[in-house]
Design a protein around this ligand. Structure first.
Ligand code: GLN
Length: 235
């Protein structure tokens, strides 16, 4: 029996789960076990209420434009809850389509404007008959860590106020192919275009997310052994 118990909300997990984004949950559970924690998972989808106090961490995965449009219509029902969750500093991982939907809007491949939550200050434009597809490597300049992944997106995202990139692009396209940024960090919300899924190849990000969740839920706990956890590079 683990000492710590975390509850994860998989936001729209039945609609937004391209390229095995759900593997991020398996990776979180894998590293959580090494931190003496377990994680239970609940999919929160259309018509379910999202009560931020019920959850300690969350995943918002990627999807096709059509599913993003479906989700977009339900977002106003969850906006207050997701806003509180993020601004209280609880950790959320948002990938690709989920990342786009945390921002103001995404112009889909057909030119339709898909409104987002506007909780983070970025916006996402389209590109004509082209997608950014391929391996990508970035470097987080605060931690000096390199992250590796695979990107596949039409959207070109431009960061706004209060957001810093997850990393600087070393190879690949990243947020928009222009400004050499990839992903976003806002409080304990981590956003990225990496599928693959990101956490299986970049355990250091899983560790940051889990520590943030544990520190938030158990402010008086001694988490020194969790902080000392060594993440083995995958290659
Ligand atoms: N539909 C979005 C795009 O093409 C998101 C893609 C994704 O989540 N993989 O940019």
């Amino acid at each position: 029996m683990a000492k710590y118990h975390l509850h994860l909300a998989h936001l729209y997990g039945d609609l937004l789960n391209t390229y095995s984004d759900v593997g991020n949950i398996i990776a979180l559970q894998y590293y959580a076990k090494q931190m003496d924690a377990d994680i239970d998972v609940k999919v929160i989808s259309i018509d379910n209420d999202f009560n931020p106090q019920d959850f300690d961490l969350a995943l918002f995965g990627g999807g096709q434009d059509y599913e993003q449009l479906v989700v977009s219509k339900d977002l106003p029902n969850k906006k207050a809850g997701i806003d509180k969750f993020i601004n209280d500093g609880k950790p959320l991982l948002a990938i690709c389509g989920g990342y786009q939907l945390l921002g103001h809007y995404y112009i889909g491949a057909d030119g339709e404007k898909i409104p987002g939550l506007g909780i983070l200050d970025h916006y996402t434009l389209s590109q004509d008959n082209h997608r950014f597809i391929g391996d990508i490597t970035i470097k987080n300049e605060e931690s000096n860590q390199e992250y590796h992944g695979f990107e596949n997106h039409n959207g070109r995202t431009f960061l706004g106020k209060g957001e810093r990139p997850l990393g600087k692009v070393i190879s690949g396209n990243g947020n928009n192919g222009e400004d050499h940024t990839e992903g976003a960090i806002y409080k304990n919300t981590y956003c990225s275009y990496f599928h693959g899924p990101i956490l299986t190849r970049n355990g250091e990000i899983a560790k940051k997310i889990l520590l943030a969740a544990l520190e938030h839920k158990y402010p008086d706990a001694d988490l020194s052994s969790q902080k000392a956890l060594k993440i083995k590079p995958t290659f």
